[in-house]
Design a protein around this ligand. Structure first.
Ligand code: NAG
Ligand code: NAG
Ligand code: NAG
Ligand code: NAG
Ligand code: NAG
Ligand code: NAG
Ligand code: NAG
Ligand code: NAG
Ligand code: NAG
Length: 459
């Protein structure tokens, strides 16, 4: 069950390869009960550190340490295996780290790395290579906490069972650089590469990630996530969760996601702006039968797709909604759960890509689509509900790009570098534009015949 036949990027031809991750040698049956433990967050939130971060291998105050060719373990609750803090350097090479033991407070594990197998904190640096880091009962593999804390991880396997057991996790402004990492998590809310409050900075190259649980994305952006040459599969989560004005930059990635959407960008409280998402030379597959490839709720975001293939089993390319995910991470909720909820505003810029699928907006959300540099989009703009607030769609087409219309669509701005609109292939459908907008003055309020028998006409 652990192997996925993935198609490599088209430039490498349609070769089918098996991706090996740590679930291929782990005792998944033995860990099934551990993976069934649900994360419990309905406890009093503690937004300051209440527990000391302790472990049997504890290095602080500049007592730099180098450890190689050994196995380090710990099985106590709320306790790490290795702790490096207070501007100290750790070099860990050819070491197996094995962690058992539960965490009694998930806020402490999320914000400070309580119970993480390896906790690097407060201006410390770690170089970890050829390690095998295994956790059970709910523990992150590696946590990077604090300003000026930097963790480098390479040629390493990360495996976890249990809840809230992220692979590489950065909070309190910590940073992680990873290359040649293979990650697997079996529990819920166990993203492979995650940031947490107020921000974490994650850079991942040449790596593989596989998650099975609900809420376990490949990337959870709070701060920034950057990935190059990463293949990943989620069985019950999107490839990306991003909460707020975060940055997610993906190059040469191949992500397959199975719940909610391909990517989910939202704000968990008031609507925030500054969200950016980009895919270049990549492939994103939303395999869930109702999943949009790109989903935005309660956020103001700019997204770009360059030379990227997007597949959505549902036929929906993008959703913009007045909605968010909840702490259950299994459904979308709106004003009934967050009275501050607002419609999403999304700019999607497409270059060198051929896309298919509808763009759907709910409850007054808006989408501005720009098709550039030889792109095509086969789809329609769809009003997702009958809310009083109508959606707003704007479309910008350069002369080298084309919109293949698959349903009658109403837009605000209809802008085209080809003033004959030969780049709108109507297939008999109509495109209604808002003649009152200055940006549409070039259309003179006229009805224009489109290739395929349809028309562009004022609303
Ligand atoms: C990091 O520094 C903060 C503030 O001094 C302190 O409360 C915390 O315990 C430190 N963390 C670790 C892991 O030493
Ligand atoms: C930290 O290291 C310095 C220099 O070695 C030493 O003077 C100081 O006492 C140490 N502080 C603690 C808290 O161990
Ligand atoms: C850890 O590795 C770095 C880089 O290779 C090296 O500069 C440093 O001296 C090493 N530290 C220890 C304690 O061995
Ligand atoms: C560790 O946590 C588990 C799960 O909460 C609990 O059953 C167990 O008693 C704890 N062990 C200790 C030594 O406190
Ligand atoms: C980790 O351990 C497993 C099982 O022994 C092994 O197959 C794998 O190659 C190891 N990975 C690394 C990076 O040492
Ligand atoms: C993280 O950065 C913010 C903004 O610079 C700062 O206010 C905060 O104290 C930092 N947090 C930690 C744990 O270093
Ligand atoms: C979206 O595009 C419009 C028009 O160019 C611009 O005014 C707005 O700032 C953009 N929004 C974002 C989030 O990039
Ligand atoms: C849109 O938002 C509503 C309200 O939050 C929610 O019930 C619905 O599931 C969402 N639909 C999609 C496709 O996002
Ligand atoms: C629709 O958006 C408004 C804010 O514009 C919000 O108050 C309302 O709750 C939203 N409806 C749903 C179903 O989320």
């Amino acid at each position: 069950m652990a192997r996925f036949n993935l198609l490599l990027h088209a430039s490498l031809s349609a070769a089918s390869v098996s991706i090996i991750d740590p679930s291929d040698y782990a005792d998944l049956a033995g860990d099934a009960s551990d993976n069934a433990i649900k994360a419990v967050y309905d406890i009093e939130p503690t937004l300051y550190q209440t527990n000391a971060i302790l472990g049997p291998y504890f290095y602080d105050n500049g007592t730099d340490v180098s450890i190689d060719h050994t196995t380090l373990t710990n099985s106590e609750n709320d306790t790490s295996v290795i702790v490096v803090t207070d501007s100290t350097q750790l070099n860990l090479s050819y070491v197996d780290v094995v962690k058992y033991g539960y965490c009694s407070n998930l806020y402490q594990s999320s914000f400070y790395g309580l119970n993480a197998a390896v906790n690097v904190a407060n201006g410390s640096t770690a170089y970890i290579d050829h390690a095998n880091i295994t956790t059970h009962n709910g523990a992150a593999n590696v946590y990077s906490f604090g300003d000026n804390t930097v963790v480098h991880v390479s040629n390493t396997d990360l495996y976890s069972s249990g809840p809230v057991a992220h692979g590489l996790y950065a909070g309190g402004n910590g940073t992680v650089y990873a290359s040649n990492v293979r990650h697997f998590s079996g529990g819920n809310r166990c993203s492979s590469f995650s940031g947490d409050t107020p921000a974490g900075y994650i850079y991942v190259d040449d790596s593989i990630a596989h998650t099975t649980g609900v809420g376990s994305a490949l990337f959870y952006a709070l701060g920034e996530v950057h990935a190059t040459n990463v293949v990943g599969v989620t069985e019950q989560a999107p490839a990306l969760f991003a909460d707020g004005g975060q940055t997610a930059v993906f190059n040469n990635v191949d992500f397959t996601a199975h719940l909610l959407a391909g990517t989910v960008f939202f704000s968990s409280s008031s609507r925030l702006s500054g969200a950016t998402l980009s895919f270049t030379n990549s492939r994103l597959t939303a395999a869930g039968s109702t999943s949009a490839a790109l989903w935005f709720g309660n956020i103001i975001a700019a997204a770009s797709l360059t030379a990227t293939e997007v597949n959505s089993a549902s036929g929906t390319l993008l959703v913009a909604n007045s909605s968010q995910v909840t702490q259950e991470f299994s459904y979308f909720a709106g004003g009934e759960q967050n009275s501050a909820i607002q419609p999403a505003q999304v700019n999607l810029t497409v270059a060198e890509s051929s896309l298919a699928g509808d763009i759907v907006a709910f409850n007054g959300s808006s989408v501005r689509l720009a098709l550039t540099r030889g792109s095509t989009w086969r789809g329609a703009f769809v009003d997702g509900d009958d809310a009083a607030a109508a959606p707003e769609f704007d479309v910008f087409l350069d002369a080298s790009s084309a919109w293949e219309v698959t349903g009658d669509s109403a837009v605000g701005v209809l802008a085209s570098d080809d003033v004959e609109l030969r780049n709108v292939r109507s297939a008999g459908f109509s495109v209604a534009y808002d003649g009152s907008l200055p940006a549409n003055a070039w259309l003179n309020g006229e009805t224009k015949a489109l290739e395929g028998g349809g028309v562009a006409r004022p609303l």
